[in-house]
Design a protein around this ligand. Structure first.
Ligand SMILES: *Cc1c(COP(=O)(O)O)cnc(C)c1O
Length: 429
């Protein structure tokens, strides 16, 4: 299987999967996609565990690559936590993706990427994974590469602008992980990362690699839980299940669209966005107008210019097909709060603000649409990660999952950093 950049219109610059993973973004600034979407038979996955589904479901994407023979091990290494599908009511299911080490679905992509990178030969050189984070990504990447032989991790996060729990999760590692609390905002962190990658000295002395969310190595494993859920609901009445995906940078939604194109039995796909309306406006025929992001309660989805839109467009023949297969809705902070409260009162469980965004999208549908098929709400983080939002609404403490509680007990250490590249260089020397 060859991979091409979304901007390589005449397919002139093929990359192998390993090359695409090491590069992250393509050199022309586009995003890598496979030259074709491999198809799978409907019933192929019956009775299989998630890692076994990954092995069969992703085989086509690995075909001919140096990593092909390692897929079994990679899947086993990365997808080692449960992704339960629970029924909330007759036609409503929740796919829980937050049972990994840092309690958000980003663990799936980060762990798979780490498992792949570790198996790509680097002639004995060490590699440094440099990542800027506004919250969930940095923790997931640190956890995925922590103590992995041959890797160092550098995390840059905006000092005082992540939640206390997130700050702890970003700075509790030690060993091969260094955390910098940058005196600036997330954009400053991202700018520093870009400057570091553009700096020849830093690139070669550190062996810099990115674990950016547009890396195809993070996208592929996310397909797996859609194959898994579609497989579990195969016998349900009412036709293929619809999926409601809390969406920011659209990686998760792109994975769902790919699973559907592979032949998984999936109905409509609904992108549940927060007050960042770029995507919902596009689906309402108002054109593609990226803009600055606004801050919302579902902060991990505060994206004004979602990069994976470029992949989604490339996956469909034209805009009409894209708009036919996917739908999008914008959910305000008031609606997110109401949804957290409503879900708690109805089903006795607290959900994170991102998941609540998707639950709102379900509640907003007509009875008729709700009843015509099974629906799956994708749950992207554990409520305890966003306790400062959720607890005042549900009026009680949200219990932390064990994996998170273990991180909270570790000693934390981060280094202060001014947001300029020379300060960064000095800190590393
Ligand atoms: C990153 C994130 C999202 C958004 O996912 P995308 O793939 O960027 O659309 C949603 N919820 C949580 C909890 C996240 O961390």
């Amino acid at each position: 299987m060859r991979y091409f950049s979304t901007r390589d219109e005449n397919s002139e610059r093929p990359a192998t999967l390993s090359e695409a993973i090491v590069q992250g973004a393509a050199k022309d600034g586009g995003l890598y996609l496979p030259e074709s979407i491999p198809t799978v038979a409907h019933r192929l996955f019956e009775g299989l565990s998630v890692d076994a589904i990954a092995e069969r479901g992703l085989a086509g994407f690995f075909e001919g690559d140096a990593l092909e023979d390692d897929l079994h091990e990679i899947a086993h290494d990365a997808l080692s936590f449960p992704v339960p599908l629970n029924r909330l009511e007759e036609n409503l299911h929740v796919l829980e993706l937050f049972h990994g080490p840092t309690a958000a679905f980003k663990d799936v992509g980060a762990r798979f990427l780490a498992a792949c990178m570790q198996r790509i030969p680097m002639n004995g050189a060490r590699r440094t994974i440099l990542v800027a984070t506004s919250g969930d990504t940095g923790g997931a990447v640190a956890a995925a590469f922590y103590k992995r032989a041959g890797f160092d991790v550098i995390i840059l996060f905006p000092d005082g602008r992540v939640s206390p729990l997130q700050a702890q999760q970003l700075s509790c590692w030690g060993e091969n992980v260094r955390s910098f609390a940058v005196n600036g905002n997330f954009d400053d962190c991202q700018r520093l990362v870009k400057e570091a990658f553009a700096n020849h000295d830093l690139c070669s002395t550190l062996g810099l690699s990115s674990a950016n969310s547009i890396n195809i190595g993070r996208l592929l494993p996310q397909i797996v839980y859609y194959l898994h859920a579609a497989n579990l609901l195969y016998e349900e009445e009412g036709g293929p299940p619809g999926f409601i995906v809390p969406s920011g940078n659209l990686g998760n939604a792109t994975a769902c669209a790919i699973a559907k194109q592979m032949g998984a039995r999936i109905g409509p796909v609904v992108l549940a966005c927060n007050a960042n309306r770029t995507v919902p406006d596009y689906f309402a025929m108002q054109g593609w107008r990226p803009r600055s992001s606004v801050t919302t309660l579902a902060s991990a989805m505060d994206v004004g210019n979602p990069s994976n839109m470029e992949r989604l467009r490339a996956l469909f023949s034209d805009e009409e097909a894209l708009r036919r297969e996917l739908k999008a809705i914008a959910v305000s902070d008031e609606q997110i709060s109401a949804s957290i409260g409503f879900a708690f009162n109805s089903w006795g469980k607290a959900w994170c603000p991102h998941t609540a965004t998707a639950l709102y999208a379900y509640a907003d549908m007509s009875d008729e649409v709700q009843q015509e098929r099974p629906w799956v709400v994708v749950a992207t983080a554990h409520a305890a990660k966003f306790a400062e939002v959720v607890e005042p609404i549900v009026g009680q403490n949200v219990e932390m999952p064990e994996s998170l509680a273990a991180l909270m007990d570790r000693p934390a250490h981060s280094e202060a950093l001014e947001p300029d590249i020379s300060a960064f260089k000095r800190a590393l020397s």
